[in-house]
Ligand binder design. Sequence first.
Ligand code: CA
Length: 226
Amino acid sequence: MNDRILVVEDEANIAETIKIAIENESYSCDWTATGEAALDHLEKVSPNLIVLDVGLPDMSGFELLKLIRQQHNTPVIFLTARGEEIDRVVGLEIGADDYITKPFSPRELMARIKAVLRRTNNSPETKSDSNSKKFEVNDQQAKISFQQQALDLTLAEYKLLSGMLSQPNRVFTRTQLLEIIWDANHPSEERTIDTHIKSLRAKLKEIDAGSDQINTHRGIGYSIST
Ligand code: CA
């Protein structure tokens, strides 16, 4: 069966554009214009993904996501207004999987939707079957190789990279990355995330100068492509 996507957006023209883009890719699409209607809908239908506008008439998208998260783990992509970095950070920290800034192209949105569905539909086995893997993580030995070459990583870099690789393309905020590398003996600040990322990038470039696996999301955090 095709993946089913719920769009929660009060502006009919935006919702219509999204619905057309989703249906063009052979997914099913439902649309609700309010948070209440979305909650009613979720009682009856379990979508594979929700596209959720932050600015809804009856409640904010954040409030709605908190209510949804009490019962469902459905992946969520937030639609946020331009310039509202804080919205993106808050959205990701309360459990959204990704965000996209208005105005966006349908093509950009579909790329995000597909990336999130790929990540959430894939079982661990199908992921490790892939032959074209750039990264290999060895949990037992706490080692990661990139393009078949072992990386020489500090413990924090290892935790950071393996954490991000567990969810490729997911945008992690600095706070979330700090939780990943948390070490009670060596507490660090959000700034240190940037330092670790810089060092990781340099190590990846030593192996492949043209590589660009780590993406910066300005004012928000980082994601990794595999
Ligand atoms: Ca709105």
